[in-house]
Design a protein around this ligand. Structure first.
Ligand code: AMP
Length: 373
């Protein structure tokens, strides 16, 4: 599939999933004379700003009535993704979604394509998990369920024989393949947002430092100051995007340990660590994703300033003092739940130091009693 567009006003973009990523995709895409159809329940954030909203069981109607289908979440809507693929409308391509369905496949793909990743083994049952954890990692490892694992779900952090023994009963109950991997003592976590077009044009935003807690991103800021590490991330991102013949935006998460850069995982979509591009970059990740889907020129990805973002997790109302330090994005979800992403605060500054100081202030305002995840 490739577009040769003359008239954007006739183009309809379909988005599977109406969460905040879809919401920002629609809002940013609205700068162009496009129509956006979203598949989710009517109260989902992106449905509220879409031209049309379709319920999940109406996926065929939605896919039949748009020119291109993208998604904001790769772990759901299996039938809809498959149908969009069969209709030759799905971007990014189905290969990247399939890698994400099974964590072990993603890890094997990295290995086969020379993409550095934590040392890992695949285990098919609890005995194998135990044996690998003991023999290969001396009980210091992370055990990850192969399917349905995101935002830290289905993961067991093992630091000792005791940890393993106390997790093993839970692991026993999960009938799945497991990836057992080294526990990386990283210096920091980082990520890069990359874009690739139909013609193989490739661009990235500068990588950012990420702070995750219990598997959830709390804040990030950038650009990271180590140019050698940044270059390595760009190289890896290019290798990954080219190997998948990828079209659109992707986020890649890394562990940085000394001079070593290891890929933890990638997301075949716009990414939480790219929200800062709405304010710190000339073209946001959301706009560039839409441009890439339609075969349009990719917008400038250079930063206009240093930038960052703090997630608002589980709060029903944002404390408005945060406006002293940044810009509020409130997703309008109907209910606040623990760990749920309700909004975020974008921050800019002349220096990383300034951005980091503002992040600290916003963190204090959002979570005066500390983060409870
Ligand atoms: P994931 O769901 O794989 O993105 O993991 C969520 C978070 O868990 C990561 O952002 C890290 O903070 C942590 N984590 C995951 N895998 C490892 C590992 N092998 N070593 C150390 N920390 C990890």
């Amino acid at each position: 599939m490739k577009f040769f567009l003359q008239d954007l006003s006739r183009v309809r973009v379909g988005i599977l999933g109406g969460g905040q990523l879809g919401w920002m995709m629609v809002l940013e895409g609205r700068k162009y004379p496009l129509k956006f159809y979203v598949m989710d329940s009517p109260e989902a954030p992106a449905c509220k700003v879409a031209d049309r909203c379709f319920k999940p069981d109406e996926y065929k109607e939605m896919i039949d009535s748009v020119d291109v289908v993208t998604f904001e979440f790769e772990h759901v809507y299996e039938e809809a993704l498959r149908y969009a693929y069969e209709k030759d409308k799905l971007l990014p391509t189905i290969e990247s979604v399939e890698l994400k369905r099974q964590r072990w496949k993603e890890r094997v793909f990295y290995k086969e394509h020379g993409i550095p990743t934590p040392r890992f083994f695949i285990a098919h049952d609890v005995e194998e998990v135990y044996r690998i954890a003991k023999n290969e990692f001396d009980y210091k490892c992370v055990i990850k369920q192969s399917t349905g694992g995101y935002d830290g779900k289905g993961q067991f952090f093992i630091k000792s024989k005791n940890d393993l023994d106390s997790s093993i009963d839970v692991i026993k109950k999960i009938s799945d393949v497991f990836v057992v991997e080294e526990f990386v003592e990283f210096d920091y976590e980082a990520s890069i947002i990359a874009i690739r077009t139909f013609d193989g044009v490739f661009k990235t935003y500068p990588p950012t430092y990420n702070r995750n807690e219990k598997g959830i991103l709390v804040y990030n800021y950038g650009p990271i100051s180590n140019t050698y590490i940044s270059m390595k991330m760009v190289e890896i991102a290019k290798r990954l995007a080219d190997s998948l013949n990828y079209v659109g935006v992707m986020g890649i998460e890394f562990f940085v340990r000394g001079d070593e850069v290891l890929v933890n995982e990638f997301a075949p979509r716009v990414h939480n660590t790219g929200h800062y591009t709405l304010d710190a970059a000339f073209t946001s990740q959301f706009e560039n994703h839409v441009r890439a889907l339609l075969g349009l020129e990719i917008g400038e990805t250079k930063l206009l300033s240093c930038g960052g973002m703090v997630n608002i997790l589980g709060l029903a109302n944002p404390p408005l003092e945060v406006l002293k330090y940044g810009k509020l994005y409130w997703y309008g979800k109907n209910e606040a739940r623990k760990r749920r992403k309700m909004g975020h605060v974008n921050i800019v500054g002349e220096t990383l130091e300034e951005v980091k100081n503002k992040i600290d202030k916003v963190m204090e305002l959002l979570y005066p009693n500390g983060l409870d995840l």
